[in-house]
Design a protein around this ligand. Structure first.
Ligand code: HEC
Length: 485
């Protein structure tokens, strides 16, 4: 039997599956990073409280800790499994790839996470009940356990972009997959920005401090923490960009919206300005303002970052061998994994997919559109919404009045060959090319509302060849540049 490991496609009307995952993940990153940064901050403050024998610092830790307990630990513990649920249905093979390589890493992470959760309770509820030295030790263990969860997760996250070392493909081995420049650059970047988050959220706690002198002291401390970590984070981001595959840079440069760079700079500048203002005038830190700024800065900073990381990975979702549409697109001898493309080329996607309804396995005049829709859902819907709204709606890319013949030419010439750097190779039998094209033509006619002149361009063979050549040249140039470094 020529079946491959595909599962039923999860598609959420209006938003698609990608945005659901992105929304949950952004929230989770917010909660988890803030709490890891705060854990390290607590270790420092607790140490200072012990050294200088200060109650007010312990009180601050207690308040901030309680806030984390209620907000980030609850939110983090709900969104964490939320990521598992949503990615498992959105990207079963992508998650499968991670589990096959890293299941014990995850188990280790959960051990540290349990220490962390117990630790946050101890830190909050043992203030004043144990001596300051013991509290300091608890804070230290809490800080180290929190950081450990982050280090482990970042190794897995960076594998999603690219396995740590190239030889992983040939030899396997989880350390080869785990550690690489990308891991360290991403770790540095996340650690810096997690302190930024800790400082921003800390503003909410500072706003509740009554004593003006102490309020000023804490505003200064967190202000400096925020400024320094934001600047280091920005530098780490530059390093990070040198560690991603050339292909990702290409997608980044060509495919992110024009306002992306500008909006990142604006968020950075706004964040720095906010810290400077709160340092100079701690009295502006009242609860409503601090809370609103925390939400604005964090969401404005995180959403583009997570979106970019997701876009840059295209066409892969994990390890540069599982495509976003769940097809395994490359041999990985080190893991005994074989590309599924030859099977699809042989029997077609409809026959290779174990969940194709019986009446759609063979394309005929009666089921043409339906079979085409099934192919679009399977092959495209992870990256393109087949409806009006959601992520990169398909109908926007095609000119008005496009004919079946022209559509077939595009599908056959571009999509089945994998000629475009940011899209997977999607083999189809000739009958499937016809079916998908018929669906796309119909989808186009049904969904013209959102077409704008700018995207409404004819895709000619010449343009296509030019675009591919430009892309190739760019990759070549980037490779030369990188090797020159
Ligand atoms: C891995 C994700 C991914 C998959 C799967 C995918 N695409 Fe794309 N596609 C993209 C990206 C990214 C772009 C860039 C356009 C953008 O950013 O707006 C794109 C662009 C396009 C374009 C615009 C023309 C061009 O050449 O840039 C068309 C048409 C298109 N896709 C059709 C499809 C169809 C049809 C399928 C399914 C058979 C599909 N894509 C599957 C990611 C994907």
């Amino acid at each position: 039997m020529d079946l491959i490991s595909l599962y039923p496609t999860w598609y959420e009307p209006i938003v698609g599956s990608g945005w659901v995952v992105a929304l949950i993940a952004t929230f989770h990153v917010l909660a988890s990073h803030t709490s890891v940064g705060a854990a390290l901050l607590f270790a420092y403050l607790s140490h200072k409280a012990y050294k200088e024998d200060r109650e007010d610092l312990l009180d601050f830790i207690k308040k901030y800790g309680l806030f984390l307990l209620v907000f980030t630990y609850v939110a983090g513990s709900i969104t964490g499994p939320g990521i598992w649920y949503s990615t498992t249905v959105a990207s079963p093979n992508g998650i499968g790839a991670l589990i096959h390589s890293f299941v014990w890493k995850w188990a280790t992470e959960w051990v540290f996470f349990v220490i962390e959760v117990v630790g946050v309770y101890m830190i909050v509820y043992l203030v004043g009940k144990v001596d300051k030295k013991t509290h300091m030790k608890i804070s230290l263990i809490f800080g180290i356990a929190s950081l450990a969860t982050m280090v482990i997760i970042v190794g897995i996250l960076s594998f999603m972009m690219v396995p740590g070392k190239e030889m992983w493909f040939e030899e396997g081995g989880y350390l080869n997959g785990f550690y690489g420049t990308n891991t360290f650059a991403q770790l540095g970047m996340r650690m810096a920005f997690m302190f930024t988050m800790t400082a921003v959220v800390g503003g909410i706690i500072i706003s509740g401090i009554k004593d003006p002198a102490f309020k000023k002291e804490m505003a200064r401390k967190l202000g400096w923490l925020g400024i320094i970590s934001t600047l280091i984070g920005a530098a780490m981001f530059q390093w990070y960009m040198t560690s991603v595959p050339g292909q990702a840079i290409l997608v980044m440069e060509n495919r992110l919206p024009d306002y992306f760079q500008a909006s990142i700079m604006a968020v950075l500048a706004g964040t720095l300005a906010y810290f400077i203002i709160t340092m100079l005038r701690p009295q502006v830190l009242v609860q409503g303002f601090a809370g609103a700024m925390a939400v604005i800065i964090l969401v404005a900073g995180l959403w583009p970052e997570e979106t970019a990381r997701e876009s840059m990975r295209k066409p892969w979702v994990a390890g540069q061998y599982v495509y976003s549409n769940q097809v395994v697109g490359r041999d990985v001898p080190g893991m005994d994994i074989k590309s599924q493309l030859p099977t699809i080329e042989k029997v077609g996607i409809l026959k290779a997919h174990p969940f194709t309804p019986e009446h759609l396995k063979e394309v005929n005049n009666g089921n043409m559109i339906q079979a085409g829709e099934f192919i679009a859902m399977t092959y495209c819907s992870n990256c393109h919404s087949p409806s009006e709204s959601g992520i990169r709606p398909l109908h926007r890319y095609f000119p008005d009045g496009i004919t079946q013949a022209r559509m077939e030419e595009y599908v056959r010439g571009v999509l089945t060959t994998g000629n475009i750097a940011y899209m997977p190779k999607m083999p189809m039998l000739e009958s499937e090319v016809k079916a998908l094209s018929a669906f796309l033509v119909m989808n186009k006619e049904g969904g013209q509302a959102a077409v704008t002149a700018a995207i409404d361009k004819e895709i000619s063979d010449r343009d296509r060849a030019l675009a591919i050549k430009q892309a190739d040249d760019k990759v070549a140039r980037l490779t030369v540049e990188q090797e020159g470094k």
